[in-house]
Design a protein around this ligand. Structure first.
Ligand SMILES: [Zn+2]
Length: 127
């Protein structure tokens, strides 16, 4: 049961996968493809407080790199793909994976920052 004046808890994973506000789970998190909105249009939450910057891109590089390298080695062993085949398959996999996963991954990291009260503003202040 929700307490009066306290917003309901939203799962960081649910907010992230839906690219929604980490506090209310209703408002849009992004104002463009990867730009986090200043405030939630529903609850007024300061979304810049939990902005994750470029951090999720690093996670995605490690994830996609860890998947693509073994995939390319297996394709080479099974099919003997020429170099242009590796470039084509790897390029499509990396570009498609990055475009598909970057938004929900960034939204999930923003939601985790919000949940755990992590903010770049503290670092800038020297706290
Ligand atoms: Zn909200």
């Amino acid at each position: 049961m929700d307490k009066p004046g306290v917003p309901p808890q939203v799962s960081p994973l649910a907010a992230g996968l839906g690219c929604r506000c980490p506090r209310c789970g209703q408002g849009k998190l992004f104002e463009s493809f990867l730009t986090v909105a200043d405030r939630c249009e529903v609850c007024g939450c300061d979304l810049q407080e939990a902005n994750s910057g470029d951090g999720p891109a690093v996670f995605l590089i490690f994830l996609l790199g860890g998947l693509v390298v073994p995939l390319m080695l297996l394709l080479d062993a099974w099919l003997g793909l020429p170099l242009w085949g590796h470039a084509l398959v790897g390029g499509v996999f990396i570009l498609g994976g990055a475009l598909a996963l970057l938004r929900p991954l960034k939204a999930t990291v923003v939601a985790l920052h919000y949940r755990n009260k992590v903010s770049d503003r503290d670092a800038r202040k020297g706290v």
